[in-house]
Design a protein around this ligand. Sequence first.
Ligand SMILES: Cc1ncc(C[n+]2csc(CCOP(=O)(O)OP(=O)(O)O)c2C)c(N)n1
Ligand SMILES: [Mg+2]
Length: 358
Amino acid sequence: MSSSVEQHSPLLRDAAAARRILRQMVLIRRFEERTEEQYTRARIGGYCHLAIGEEAANVGAIEPLTDADYLFGSYRDHGTALAVGSDPAAVMGELFGKATGVAGGYGGSMHLVDVERRFLGGWGIVGGHLPIAVGAALALDYREADGVVLCQLGDGAMNTGAFHEALNLAALWKLPIVFQVINNQYGMGTSVAMASAETELWKRAAAYEMHGERVDGNDVDAVYEAASRLLQIAREQRRPALLETLTYRFRGHSVADAGKVYRTPEEIAAWKARDPIELFAARAIEAGVLTADDVAVLRRDVDTQVSDAIKEAASAPSPDVAHLYDNVYGDAGTGEQFARMDTAAPFGERRETRNWRT
Ligand SMILES: Cc1ncc(C[n+]2csc(CCOP(=O)(O)OP(=O)(O)O)c2C)c(N)n1
Ligand SMILES: [Mg+2]
């Protein structure tokens, strides 16, 4: 094993760790590629945002979370759910709108959730989850619990008012939370340079007397090292932090965007040449913890796992329309109120849910 690689790579300490990390990243990549294909087959409705290229940012930051910790993500959340260990068949089931989905088929692509694994969503309102994540950190602090919160957000979310409110309170109240900015350098078609006066996003932490730093988000080791350290500081010293992971989405903003109008072919090629999965696989082989054969076997295994997940999701039942409004409000009596509302047709254009309760 090369000592320089070993020194900088806690994830390469043994074959099992390297295999687990590589497998998670390969799983996310394959899952997302097949998701794109399933979308074109009209098995997925609504919006669908892929995080291909951002695997190291997700896996490296989520790996150090313990059973006491909580995770919040943005709407680009398939990789987040898979990295936290949600069942791929249940994640695909959610994308298909099936009853076996992680949110019972009610949430869809942007609203994945896995309470058992303390992944509290998947949020469609850009930046809207930040104050909620701060609330979770406040709850942990109030209860004197050990846990910390990891709150992921995009570079675009940093320009919402909720970002300011959340970071200010987190720092003021010394809450156990790490904000991870997954800076993929674009918010839809708008680059960071066109949207942010300060393009080194980590520096904004200083406005809240908070520690901020930037790491290479395509280097899973670098993300893991920084996330582990900052989560530990938040846990032990109640000091929140902002971790910027600089990365790139290989695909467009959503499946409806080719992502080529506002980015040059050279820029895309340069980032693909730094594919986070290839980088880690090469490092693991160079360090002697995995062989090229190990990597090939792992990729084949993951292919099968994702195919099985798709088959399982496709054959799962749809949710019962009679339960459409379950879990919307706590008060069980609201069903009657909904029964009188023409909620699917606010402008009277069509009545999709007619007689849904009969
Ligand atoms: C409050 C709000 N404003 C606008 C939108 C529309 N919108 C959806 S995604 C997006 C860009 C977000 O960019 P970023 O935070 O960088 O996340 P990324 O898509 O790069 O993962 C916008 C503006 C929204 N969902 N919510
Ligand atoms: Mg972005």
